[in-house]
Design a protein. Structure first.
Length: 187
């Protein structure tokens, strides 16, 4: 049985959810960002215990089919932006999501926009900019390297998008020492 969990955005989230599932006494088949696959369907009591355990630490078990689809879209984007190898070949976002969710991109896009109030592309851009902020904070890469790693065509393109959405240039952001937004709060 496959369950969708909202707010899983990092490896620590996966580990935390895995522990909650085990504490509930459920057999885990697989776990990824936003998804838990169980060996067998849980009893209503186990499902409620799982729900409460997840909510106690900021996660949410998603029951509604549309909400589950949105959570899976967000998890796929977070995984792509924050947990992919920079050297991996670039794929079209629409193809990636269609393949991951086994649905036409147009229906995914329409649902996402209707429920979230922004497009998938806007959410993707916001996630990329959070990754840019993270890389700026690390202060290990040049702006050219950051632009390349986050999929911007140039430093100028990155800077223009950064300024448009944050109101400041990347260098001004670096100088201010501003913090980042939690990934489950982006969008």
């Amino acid at each position: 049985m496959r369950l969708t969990v909202r707010n899983m955005v990092c490896a620590r989230c996966v580990a935390a959810v895995e522990q909650i599932v085990k504490d509930t006494g459920l057999a885990l088949r697989n776990i990824e960002l936003g998804e838990v696959e169980l060996e067998a369907a849980p009893t209503p009591a186990q499902l409620e215990q799982l729900r409460q355990g997840l909510e106690a630490v900021g996660f949410e078990l998603v029951d509604d089919r549309d909400a589950a689809t949105i959570a899976r879209i967000k998890a796929a984007i977070v995984k792509l932006v924050h947990h992919s190898d920079a050297a991996a070949p670039k794929v079209k976002l629409s193809e990636l999501l269609s393949n991951a969710l086994h649905r036409e991109y147009s229906s995914l896009s329409s649902l996402f926009t209707q429920v979230e109030g922004i497009t998938i592309e806007q959410f993707f851009l916001l996630q990329r900019l959070e990754r840019v902020k993270e890389l700026i904070r690390y202060d290990e890469l040049t702006m050219s390297e950051i632009a390349f790693r986050t999929g911007f065509s140039s430093v100028a393109h990155l800077s223009a998008q950064f300024k448009k959405l944050t109101g400041m240039t990347p260098s001004a952001f670096k100088a201010m020492g501003k913090g980042r937004t939690a990934l489950d709060r982006v969008g």
